[in-house]
Write a protein that binds this ligand. Sequence first.
Ligand SMILES: [Zn+2]
Length: 66
Amino acid sequence: MATSTCPKCSGITFEMKEAERIKGNAYRMMFIQCASCGAVVGTADFFNAPKLLEKIAAKLGLKLFD
Ligand SMILES: [Zn+2]
């Protein structure tokens, strides 16, 4: 499988950082950015939706994964 690289500096390490300056966005978001130069390569929700579903399922007594 190919190694993911930053399109700006060719770095291969990435990090998540809360996006604090997205105008008009009512929800907290995370940037996925190059750990070397900070180029943003993607976004993600601030809250991890699968983890929230797992917690809700557990409270309902459901098991999502065997
Ligand atoms: Zn970079």
